[in-house]
Design a protein around this ligand. Structure first.
Ligand code: ADP
Length: 545
């Protein structure tokens, strides 16, 4: 027997209409690539997104067609989020930090019919345009005065095109399982693969994100999105903000420490989300400007994901900002939230040193995501916080496969997705990432977590960044090599660093060698590019070998 409730589809267009109706005058502030600060509100974004939908219709875009963006976080990108998906087309957010060959591959693979781009990327678009056979129009996201002088076919001006459209538009109703947006993984191994979200998966993920025990976003929030809108839908925040009518602050390409700090100050940001690398830039700005007191900013929470939160980052946000750090773990394939770290009532009054250990875990399960860890034979491991194995996840916002079947069928027989991460889960349901399966160091049949060694190194005041990789060893198969970027003007020695590590990690986890380097390579999403490091040090002779 079916229930007698209305069968209304969960559609992204409902979010923007809700925000425009109930929070019309809540501000959306953008720092544009043009350099200026732009202000609009949810009503303005709604009108713009209806104009986007009308413009797409005029360009002959049909339901299911892919529409590409190469863009920073801004109100124009936000209007595309709603206008493209709301009209039934698929918003394909392309990561502009990828190599040009990868961008070329992705846009051709997705067969984008229109490409919207920020003027920052005009030279890149001009370079790629001859190869982008499916793209029928290139739309520069700017006004007439800032139009780039590039030679691409059918170049249009966003503001002009949209101003000419009606703000009347009736959002179509369709199956909530229809594709809404497309995001390619950054392809640290092989070609990037497309993750295709649906309206239903997006709305369920959004509902989950608002709960007090997750990100707890409400209309009282001023949310600054440092995480780019081209990376896993900016962790879903553009949708979450509309669902509750939060104020949004969109920093555009201006992600240096000073710009981020000033925007936090000027717009009274209460919650900001980003990967650890951007927070390192913010800390560097504070180190250079000791007269600044971040406590006066009123930032209440900082969301961090994409890479492990180190103790140093956690403690700086707590002590210098008076802010709570909310860590999340996830991937492009998980929309991206898989687990979120929040304390439980039982943690009240717990010894601060014990509490830090809990806070540094990636987080607890949220409703909607089933977790399991398994051993090499696929047997489920206990949730004792000690046993570690391959992490699998299942749920209504977890990918069931990749766009156009790339990579074949990926789920196990119970419908779980293999994350490629290795983790423990403790009796309270807190997941702790030991490593990515391919980064773990296999020493004499035992595993060393590169994350734990890196975090121990990062807690030394002279260490700006570090990476640990496994280097082949005649006796142990692999042993850890620690690469360190020193903070400018500091001079910690390898011996001093080893002593520091010795007090924090097991003796057999200690690196066999410490090397100082000027910089470490990163992926397009700001993660350490360990494949490159492993290649670079493949034939490296450890002193212990
Ligand atoms: P990519 O395209 O580089 O895979 P993703 O954002 O999808 O980009 O990366 C997901 C991976 O990032 C996860 O599988 C995990 O290894 C890592 N990751 C995400 N969040 C965290 C976290 N809080 N701590 C440690 N690692 C994380």
């Amino acid at each position: 027997m079916h229930g007698l409730m209305q069968d209304r589809p969960l559609l992204i267009s409902s979010l923007i209409e809700h925000a425009a109706t109930f929070h019309p005058h809540t501000e959306i502030v953008s720092r544009l690539p043009e350099g200026t600060v732009h202000r609009t509100d949810w009503l303005g974004v709604c009108m713009r997104s209806r104009q986007v939908a009308n413009a797409l219709k005029g360009l002959g875009i049909q339901q299911g067609d892919r529409v590409g963006t190469l863009a920073w976080n801004s109100y124009r990108h936000l209007a595309l989020y709603y206008g493209v998906s709301g009209s039934g087309a698929v918003l394909h957010t392309v990561n502009p930090r990828l190599f040009p060959e990868q961008i070329d591959y992705i846009i051709n693979h997705a067969e984008d019919r229109v490409l919207f781009f920020d003027i920052t990327f005009a030279p890149l678009v001009e370079q790629l345009a001859p190869q982008l056979k499916s793209v029928q129009a290139f739309i520069a996201m700017t006004d007439r005065a800032h139009m780039p002088a590039i030679n691409v076919p059918n170049l249009l001006c966003f503001d002009e095109l949209m101003d000419a459209q009606s703000t009347d538009y009736t959002w179509p109703e369709f199956d909530e399982k229809s594709a809404s947006s497309l995001c390619y993984t950054s392809g640290t191994t092989g070609n990037p693969k497309g993750v295709l979200y649906s309206h239903r998966s997006t709305l369920l993920h959004t509902l989950m994100e608002l709960a007090p025990d997750t990100f707890g976003i409400s209309s009282a929030e001023t949310l600054m999105l440092i995480v780019p809108m081209f990376h896993a839908n900016a962790w879903g925040a553009p949708y979450a903000a509309a669902m509750v009518g939060a104020k949004l602050v969109l920093p555009g390409p201006h992600l240096d420490g000073e710009s981020v700090y000033n925007l936090m100050h000027d717009e009274k940001v209460t919650f900001s989300q980003g990967v650890p690398t951007v927070w390192m830039m913010l800390f560097q700005h504070l180190d250079k400007n000791p007269q600044l007191d971040p406590r006066t900013l009123g930032v209440k929470r900082i969301g961090i994901g994409g890479a492990a939160v180190s103790r140093a980052v956690l403690e700086r946000f707590e002590s210098q900002f008076g802010a709570e750090v909310v860590q999340g773990w996830g991937m492009t394939e998980t929309s991206p939230i898989g687990v979120i770290s929040k304390l439980l009532p039982k943690h009240a009054g717990v010894d601060p040193e014990e509490l830090v250990k809990v806070k540094l875990k990636q987080g607890r399960g949220v409703w909607g995501v089933d977790l399991k860890i398994v051993d090499a034979d696929g047997r489920a491991l206990p949730w004792d916080g000690v046993a570690f194995g391959s992490l699998y996840v299942r749920g209504p916002w977890i990918a069931s496969g990749y766009y156009r079947g790339e990579g074949g069928s990926v789920l196990d027989e119970d419908g779980f997705f293999p994350t490629g991460d290795v983790a423990t889960i403790d009796p309270d349901g807190y997941l702790q990432l030991v490593d990515r399966a391919k980064d773990v160091i296999k020493s004499g049949g035992e595993w060393i977590s590169s994350i734990d060694v890196e975090n121990a190194a990062a807690s030394h005041p002279d260490v700006a960044e570090s990476a640990v990789i496994g280097v082949s060893h005649p006796k142990w198969q692999e042993r850890p090599l620690l690469l360190v970027v020193r903070r400018p003007g500091t001079s910690v020695s390898p011996q001093a660093l080893m002593e520091h590590l010795g007090a924090r990690i097991a003796k057999w986890w200690l690196p066999d060698e410490v090397l100082f380097v000027d910089a470490l390579p990163h992926t397009a999403t700001g993660k350490l590019l360990k494949t490159k490091l492993r290649e670079q040090y493949r034939d490296h002779q450890l002193p212990t070998a």
